[in-house]
Design a protein around this ligand. Structure first.
Ligand code: HEM
Length: 441
């Protein structure tokens, strides 16, 4: 089990077949819609921190419609496969996906229209879906407690804690636009926005990146993984740094904030050094377009953290730091991983639903993934340049490239799906095993 992932019998630990195509479709549509919104209102990328408007709407199309949906797809699928516990059933997963997707659309409509009722309704619906998700996530982690996957379980548990805080803060901030209740409280709206943003981008997403990279990077590069608890001190150090920074934002204590930021930066630096060492020891030499994006995302993670410091002292706009961290680091990594996970899941489902499994290369398409990767990298480059130079023209150019990347992701996923269906038509469905005949009495 070179890569550390127990694939034998993994087809028995897959989420129901409709879940991945539905989730990937929502991710592709939200990505395309987010870039389209930016193409129509390029100035929005320069005013994200200004409260409700197209900027905040585009931001939450990305953070909830793309990243949030990816979290509720990846966690219930990869965690059971890696820790060898059963995957959650469809009736449990569907309300989660509907709550997050439906709530995100409502919340984004509220941000776009400035209508506080839509914001409040959307926020509570998303939080409802995420709350249910946290319950099934906690159950999965409890079932997997003896799997030995120390780093993965630790990162998941801390990320779960962050998600609960993000949803609570997100709902409070949205309700504050409706009721203004924060103005009577000692907590300041702006301070809670920062705490929400830090916990979401660095807490939830950062910890998930650390936890799942320890499993997915060796698996995708065919490399010897690090020890299952090798990153424990770094994950704890990173979490301590992020939680300290978020807390300092709530109480507006700068020095503590810098301490938190420096701790998180150190942990990320050491973690990425470990990832580079894993890649050096890999068996698969040519890694393809997915690792163009994965490696680029590592650089953008470090650049985004440094730009965050620049924004804190007023040298850079928070929008520039946000662009390096969200469409930059997180979306780049997600598109790098998704272009490998989608064919992988299709080949696993072919084991479960076809008379004869289809080999993984049948679902891979290097030309499409190369085009997707280049379109996305171009979008990130133009977006950061456009924000740095306050140029709506460059931002519109970025949105055009981003739009192309969203459509290419949908096209790629549709191609994989139709190839799975045509393989099943060609070889026929998997016949249920005949029940063992009971011995003649
Ligand atoms: C329950 C889900 C969520 C709700 C209800 C929600 C709601 C909100 C609200 C109301 C704001 C404040 C806007 C303002 O007053 O300026 C905000 C800001 C923000 N949210 Fe969320 N959010 C949610 C989830 C997320 C997630 C999952 C992420 C990232 C992964 C995220 C990233 C951000 C960021 C970066 C900001 C800061 C924008 C700024 O600087 O003004 N949010 N969110």
């Amino acid at each position: 089990m070179l890569t550390g992932v127990p694939l034998a019998g993994a087809e028995r630990r897959l989420v129901s077949a409709p879940v991945p195509p539905l989730a990937v479709t929502v991710i592709g549509l939200a990505l395309t819609a987010g870039w389209l919104l930016l193409a129509v209102t390029p100035e929005a990328a320069l005013t994200v921190t200004g409260g409700p408007g197209p900027g905040l709407a585009a931001l939450h199309l990305l953070t909830l419609g793309v990243l949030g949906m990816a979290v509720v797809l990846v966690v219930p699928q990869i965690l059971p496969v890696v820790t060898m516990v059963p995957a959650p059933a469809l009736p449990v997963l569907m309300p989660v996906h509907l709550g997050v997707a439906g709530g995100a659309v409502t919340l984004v409509t509220g941000f776009l229209s400035g209508d506080s009722l839509w914001m409040a309704a959307g926020a509570t619906t998303v939080a409802g879906g995420l709350g249910l998700f946290c319950l099934l996530w906690a159950r999965l982690l409890w079932q997997a407690r003896h799997s030995g996957m120390g780093d993965l379980l630790l990162a998941n548990s801390l990320a779960l804690l962050c998600l609960l805080l993000i949803a609570a803060l997100g709902v409070s901030l949205s309700l504050d636009y409706r009721t203004g209740f924060l103005s009577d409280s000692p907590l300041e709206h702006g301070a809670l926005v920062w705490a929400h943003a830090i916990l979401a981008v660095h807490g939830l997403m950062g910890l998930l990146v650390m936890g799942y990279s320890t499993v997915l990077i060796p698996m995708l590069a065919v490399a010897e993984p690090q020890g299952r608890r090798a990153n424990r001190p770094l994950i704890l150090l990173y979490a301590a740094g992020v939680l300290t920074a978020a807390f300092s934002a709530v109480i507006s204590a700068d020095v503590i904030g810098w301490l938190g930021w420096a701790t998180a930066l150190l942990a990320v630096g050491l973690f990425l050094r470990g990832m580079l060492t894993v890649l050096k020891r890999r068996l698969r030499r040519s890694l393809g377009p997915s690792f163009w994006l994965i490696r680029l995302s590592w650089g953008l993670w470090a650049a985004g953290l440094l730009a965050g410091a620049g924004a804190r002292i007023g040298w850079l706009s928070p929008e520039l730091a946000g662009a390096l961290l969200l469409p930059g680091w997180l979306l780049t990594l997600l598109l790098g991983i998704l272009q490998r996970i989608i064919p992988f899941l299709a080949s696993m489902h072919s084991v479960r639903c076809c008379a004869r499994p289809a080999p993984l290369p049948r679902f891979e398409n290097r030309r499409q993934t190369a085009a997707l990767s280049l379109a996305h990298a171009g979008a990130v480059l133009l977006l950061t340049a456009g924000i740095a130079l306050s140029s709506p023209l460059l931002i519109r150019g970025a949105a055009g490239m981003g739009l192309l990347s969203g459509l290419l992701l949908l096209f790629f996923a549709a191609g994989v799906f139709t190839r799975l269906l045509s393989h099943r038509r060609a070889v026929g469905p998997r016949r249920p095993r005949p029940a063992p005949s009971s011995p003649a009495l």
